[in-house]
Design a protein around this ligand. Structure first.
Ligand code: NAP
Length: 309
């Protein structure tokens, strides 16, 4: 039987609708809307698309959203100076620095940025203080993508307490916070990564399987216990006709997308998994919209907490 599709776009709309009155009330109380400062460094086309989406959604939700751009040649000090300006800005409650940063900024550039953003404005939840609070289950600002996935699971009535959850991926942005959020909701959590032995076998123990790997269609049906809930975090753009054909041989409508655009979005989960899983998030339209909805929610939370009202 085909898996139930978990509708991330619909849950994201519901979250945005719930956040809207809070934004209106804050704006009326404070005499200004909650403000979000987004910093984009360089000209990575995918980052530019993500940032445009965030600015548009923030504007539609009634937030003030400002974009600060820096050229790819900017130094880390240039970037930290922009972050400091936003740290001191009364109009900005949230700060987001779009990843990835140019490689020339150095291997630890992202950590240097996370360290500098004021924790109370850290709407991505990446500052060590917020990461520590998350580890202790008392975070107010947690990473947007995993928080959005929890909203999706809860609102789709997927039982988390007591479930066996396997998270493939241990990044600071997705895998680790995802595992912590599931743990805090009483799942029994296993984290897998590139050194995990017998990965398909470990993954197939999961009632809830989260794939945050960054490899197109990596999770095939042999990774999946029949009836499991599978969350596909991956967003991979496939530009090779051969690879698109290999993944979507049985899905002419997705091949048609490739034929038209010369690329097609593929998650970390192979489409054949839909025949074995009990529920699955689609790509696109699954986890992506939730990330943006949680960014709006975190910006409102940061604004309210900063204002103390
Ligand atoms: P990342 O920092 O590159 O981390 C990838 C993780 O996958 C690492 O922990 C890595 O293991 C693991 N991995 C890589 N190859 C593996 C393999 N062959 N077997 C097992 N594990 C493997 O990526 P990320 O930032 O977490 O993002 C993951 C994916 O989610 C990407 O496609 C990204 O575009 C997408 N994403 C989507 C959203 C959204 O809003 N939908 C948000 C954020 C990210 P090691 O640690 O051992 O290297």
């Amino acid at each position: 039987m085909a898996a139930r599709m978990l509708n991330g776009a619909a849950v994201a709309s519901a979250i945005r609708a719930q956040v809207a009155p809070g934004i209106a009330a804050f704006t009326a109380r404070a005499g200004r809307p909650p403000g979000l400062g987004i910093v984009l460094v360089g000209d990575d086309p995918a980052s530019a698309i993500y940032v445009r989406g965030k600015l548009k959604s923030a504007g539609e939700a009634g937030l003030r959203a400002d974009l600060k751009t820096l050229p790819a040649s900017a130094s880390l000090d240039d970037l930290l100076a922009v972050v400091e300006q936003l740290n001191h800005s009364e109009a900005h409650d949230g700060i987001l620095v779009q990843s990835p940063l140019p490689a020339a900024m150095g291997a630890d550039a992202e950590y240097r940025v996370f360290d500098v953003i004021r924790p109370e404005k850290d709407v991505d939840g990446f500052h060590p203080v917020n990461v520590g609070l998350l580890a202790q289950n008392r975070a107010t600002l947690a990473s947007c993508t995993p928080s959005g996935i929890i909203e999706l699971l809860e609102r789709s009535e997927v039982p988390i307490a007591g479930a066996r959850a396997v998270v493939i991926g241990r990044s600071d942005i997705v895998g680790k916070p995802m595992a912590l959020l599931l743990l805090h909701r009483n799942a029994t959590v296993t984290i897998c990564h590139s050194r995990t032995v017998d990965l398909p076998k470990v993954a197939a123990t999961a009632d809830i399987l989260v794939a945050a790997i960054g490899r197109p269609a990596f999770v095939t049906p042999d990774f999946v216990k029949p009836g499991a809930v599978v969350v596909d975090v991956g967003i991979n753009s496939v530009t090779s006709a051969e690879e698109a054909k290999r993944i979507f041989a049985r899905y002419p409508e997705r091949l048609a997308v490739f034929g038209k655009k010369g690329s097609v979005l593929v998650g970390d989960v192979h489409p054949d998994v839909a025949e074995k899983a009990g529920a699955l998030t689609p790509v696109p339209g699954g986890v992506g919209p939730l990330t943006i909805a949680m960014l709006l929610k975190n910006t409102l939370t940061a604004a309210v907490d900063r204002a103390g009202t």
